[in-house]
Design a protein around this ligand. Sequence first.
Ligand code: SF4
Ligand code: SF4
Length: 294
Amino acid sequence: MQTTFTEDQLKDAGTARANEILRTCVHCGFCTATCPTYQVLGDELDSPRGRIYLIKDMLENERVPDEKTVKHIDRCLSCLACMTTCPSGVHYMHLVDHAREYIENTYKRPLSDRALRWVLARILPYPMRFRVALLGAKIGRPFARLMPDARLRAMLEMAPKVIPPVSRNDDPQTFPAQNKKMRVALMTGCAQRALNTDINDATIRLLTRLGAEVVIPEGQGCCGALTHHMGKTSESHATAAKNIKAWRAEMQSGGLDAIVINTSGCGTTVKDYGHMFRETDLAADAAAVADIAM
Ligand code: SF4
Ligand code: SF4
């Protein structure tokens, strides 16, 4: 795809990366076959190719995005199915992440959107706050129909009926291995610690049986994906930086063979820490932890 960014625009690292990505797209549309939003909605602007055009236009013209552009980019699920089918290797993830940051910095959302996003960013990444919210949702579910906002109604209806008890396995500690062969850190996640504690418990049992000493490092938390996908870069980088420091401390003290992540979305984000922090003092540490994340 031809692009027309000026030299001045390309001095910005995010724009330069977007330009590289846009230039790899050959408009073939193969990606539309695996994009769930295109398959359901049937609108080209809800396909990867359509969004790529919207992003190109917005960035090249340094345009304040309009409601329509934001709607179609917001609808992207960041499932990255499009990247698996693209024959040209378009790194859609970095492109849409940059577009979201641009939108967050330039577009004024309606008050209800801003309020909802503010609440989500302050509840979901924190397991105890999320648990309290789930309890509230349980109480509020019978009144869901009275909610004026369809998104709040949907959230109330989706909230689980049973909330598992807190698992103390998620606290910072070390689980000894049977016949130790390696030492790994387990990222325990945030929403998962409120929604399904069995996953980490089972992962610890499996890893220790296979000879991995499992450490739950002090100071690790949310991977930052939730706020990253909202374009709230300073918030996502703040939480991601805590993980990088916690894991680097473990790598330098007891040594780590791997950082095990059993939440796929978090894994994708942690593996991208090298890119996210490429322009910062944490670049080398971020690349080192991303390198052993699996
Ligand atoms: S990441 Fe977005 S554009 Fe790509 S397949 Fe998923 S929903 Fe579609
Ligand atoms: S499959 Fe890849 S190259 Fe083809 S339109 Fe989609 S993103 Fe562009």
